[in-house]
Each structure stands twice: as C-alpha cells, then as structure tokens.
Design a binder for this molecule. Structure first.
Ligand SMILES: [Zn+2]
Ligand SMILES: [Zn+2]
Length: 256
C-alpha cells in the first residue's frame, strides 16, 4: 500500500503552489482518493488518470476537502465519449451542495455515484478496505482507516488512518490499530486552538500517537505562518519520540 500526497494545505495558504487536502492510496490496481480540495485536481491528473480511480472518499463538506469535485465532474463528463462516472463516498448532503453551487439540478448525478457515509461503516473497494468514523468538526465529518484486508490465517498489515479535519483527538482512537501510520491534521501547530475552531495541534496529535501505538505520524493541514520545524518537534516530544513530519504535495510513502 502506498500513499501519494496530492495536496496537503489547509483552508487558505500564502504558499504559491500549495493546494487543499488530497491523498491517494494505491495497492496494486486499486486506487482510493481521500478528499479533493481546492486546486488539487491538476495535481491528481498529473499523478494518475482520474477516471481510473476505484473510489473517492470525502471527509466533510468544507471546500478545502471537496471543491475540486467540480473540475473532476466536468472532466468525466466532457473528456470522454461516452462520459465516465466515479463512485464517491461522502456526507449525505454532497449532491445537493454541488447542485446548489452550480445552480444546476443533476450536476453531481451526471458523473458521480454518491454513497452517503455513516459512522462505523466499512467499504470493500477492490483490494482495499475503508472504514469511516464520525469526528467532531462539522455536523457530518469523518475520519478514515484504509488497509489491505488480511487473507485467512495471515496477520493484517498496518493501515493508514486519516483524520480529515477533527476537533477531538479521542474521536480517532477507535479507528487506530497499533502499528498504523497516522496522517493527522495539525492546523494550529503549537496552539493554542481558538475557541470554536474544531481542529488539532501538535500536542493533541503527539499524545494520540503515543496512546494508540502508531509507528509514525504524518502531519498535514498546517495553517499559513505557523512554524513547521517547531510543529514537528512538538509532535515528536508529545508522542514520546514517535517519528513525525509534515507532508507536501509530491511526497510518497510505502506503507507496508
Ligand atoms: Zn480543512
Ligand atoms: Zn474543515
């Protein structure tokens, strides 16, 4: 299983070339995309042919996580004859949100087959398994664990847990299995987190890593102007030495 970082930015950025959230997980011919935030479609298309995705999972309906479904929909509709379609796992409101944005009923349904996410649901997608857990952020936000299911008699390989945007680290505990890689948002870096902002900081992520026995932490979604090396160091310190680093578009990780 391999992780390719397509986009790793937060809701806004002052770094040219930085884009919203998007992470590609592949295992053999199976390819699952987690989120498709602002500006990420071109990076995706430069990494693999987008209609070859097995599925897209959208963590929640903030634009830095889903808005490039608009160019993806146009691409599927007009790049191919006949048009192509893709399965999308997303909060139930996604089709209405896209249709309202475009002022065009049926805009989403023209190319996207949307299945509503639910807490605790497990989806078998090609050679991968995706589990969704609701987290504290918007009223309908999810974190995901992606793994290669174990064959009979074999021990399961470690998985990848992606936090989405998450205001309470404890929400992720039930998803994480010892040895997993944790891809966690660290929006507010060294903190503090302003009241009413449902996000994590380095202390939260490091403590979660230590409690849940992950083998490494990949940090993402850090707000503009925050100190990157200090955020990494604070996460490692709070995690009792578990390795942690910020990721950027173009990074690739073999997850075992
Ligand atoms: Zn976000
Ligand atoms: Zn958000």
């Amino acid at each position: 299983m391999r992780l390719s970082v397509i986009g790793a930015g937060p809701a806004y950025t002052d770094r040219p070339g930085a884009v919203g959230s998007s992470y590609l997980i592949t295992a053999g011919p199976t390819a699952i995309l987690l989120d498709l935030g602002q500006g990420t479609f071109a990076n995706l298309a430069g990494t693999l042919e987008p209609s070859s995705l097995s599925a897209i999972a959208i963590s929640h309906l903030h634009p830095d996580h889903f808005i490039d479904l608009v160019p993806l929909r146009h691409y599927l509709r007009y790049e191919f004859e006949p048009p192509r379609r893709l399965p999308v796992l997303a909060p139930a409101a996604l089709p209405d949100r896209l249709d309202a944005l475009l002022g065009e009923p049926g805009f989403s349904a023209d190319a996207l087959d949307v299945t509503a996410l639910a807490d605790g649901q497990v989806h078998e997608i090609g050679g991968l398994r995706l589990e969704a857990r609701r987290v504290t952020h918007t009223a309908d936000s999810y974190a995901f664990r992606v793994s290669v299911p174990a064959a009979a008699g074999e021990t399961a390989a470690p998985g990848l847990v992606y936090s989405g945007d998450c205001g309470r680290a404890a929400d992720l505990r039930s998803l994480i299995q010892p040895g997993d890689v944790l891809l966690a948002e660290v929006s507010f870096g060294l903190g503090p987190i302003p009241a009413g902002a449902f996000h994590l900081d380095a202390k939260d992520v490091g403590a979660l890593a230590a409690q849940s026995g992950v083998r490494r932490v990949l940090l993402t979604h850090l707000l503009s102007g925050r100190d990157r090396p200090a955020t990494e160091a604070a996460t490692i310190k709070a995690g009792g030495g578990i390795p942690a680093r910020l990721v950027d578009p173009g990074d690739r990780f073999e997850l075992g």
